[in-house]
Design a protein around this ligand. Sequence first.
Ligand SMILES: C[S@@+](CC[C@H](N)C(=O)[O-])C[C@H]1O[C@@H](n2cnc3c(N)ncnc32)[C@H](O)[C@@H]1O
Length: 378
Amino acid sequence: MSTIHWTENDAPQSARWHSENAAPLPQRTVVADDRTKANDAYRHACEGTALLWRGDFHNARHLLQAMGRRIDRKPPRPSTSPRERFHQHRRRSSHRARVLGKLLVLLDDDYTLALRRAPDVRQACLEAYGPPQGRIAVSLRELLGVIGAHQWRLKGIDVPALGTRIHPHYGVFAPVRDEYVDLVAHAPLPPSTRHSLATSTAFDLGTGTGVLAAVLARRGIQYVVATDISPRALTCAKENVHRLALTGRIEVSGPDLFPQGRADLVVCNPPWLPARPTGPVEQGVYDPDSSMLRSFLAGLSDHLRPGGEGWLILSDLAEHLGLRTRQQLLDAVQAAQLRVMDKIDTKPRHPRSKDATDPLHTARNAETTSLWRLAPAP
Ligand SMILES: C[S@@+](CC[C@H](N)C(=O)[O-])C[C@H]1O[C@@H](n2cnc3c(N)ncnc32)[C@H](O)[C@@H]1O
């Protein structure tokens, strides 16, 4: 167990250190409050010293923003290639996370945040962290993410293809982009399911919130098995399946990628970028060495019923960023003894794809999202 130590009113204090992204234990912790100047806080944080906030909650948020502005003042170095731009962007993001992650708050042993004007964060923390196990110190930045996730979980995200809302949990990939969900909602179902919808089965690998499993069930597939490696995703998918009254039609299981048996349709929307996630929260975005993509391709034939298909949902953002070539993808498909029956393309519509201030704008603007219909090669 990692513990942070600090001195307050001349008395030694300690609390358990908690970081979802496994940020290292701060070397040193000092107390900060409403009198702390942003320049001093920023300097401390850059030097690796954590600041345990004891002042007003909203002032802490303002301080965090002021520290963020100081980080952003340093212009990025000109990069020569999209790949270099991507890696520089990730380095800058992790530097930002490291520095801003040094502003800490204490959560009491029932997750009460005992700061002036602090919101009640107990339910949000319970959802994200599970039952409390004593007083913990967390970064304010992480806590703000936990609070935001709680709001999303309460309100849900509108999924037009389902005509209802999906409720993401903390750390679970949220279907904020609807273009890929629409692809799954409209692609022609494999003939084997159309001949006998009543006995049709599908697998949804890496189900996240369960959104694609729900779309398949709503399209008439009788029985869908949804898997995920993330315990949070499994809990979240089960809850959404229950909300949508699809409990008898969708079974959620994990942590293996493929469930037992074979299906008419195997859908997989792996993380789109081959890179290492910095923590469990990024597991839906980055697929180290394309391992999930490769495992899906390698196992597909052995999990398809005769006449069945695999649907790979993938954007070509990795190609525009120079992280993977189209040929590498086609080679992986061929190595798995699969053939491409069809590819259905769409363009992202989410606001970020139009945001010219995004450092990856050029690649995002060129991005195409595709549903690859795959079948065993003859
Ligand atoms: C891009 S998200 C897709 C989530 C959901 N299917 C959707 O379309 O909104 C990828 C999902 O794959 C899961 N995942 C990553 N690696 C996995 C693995 N090896 N086995 C099973 N699931 C995995 C992640 O936890 C995440 O939920």
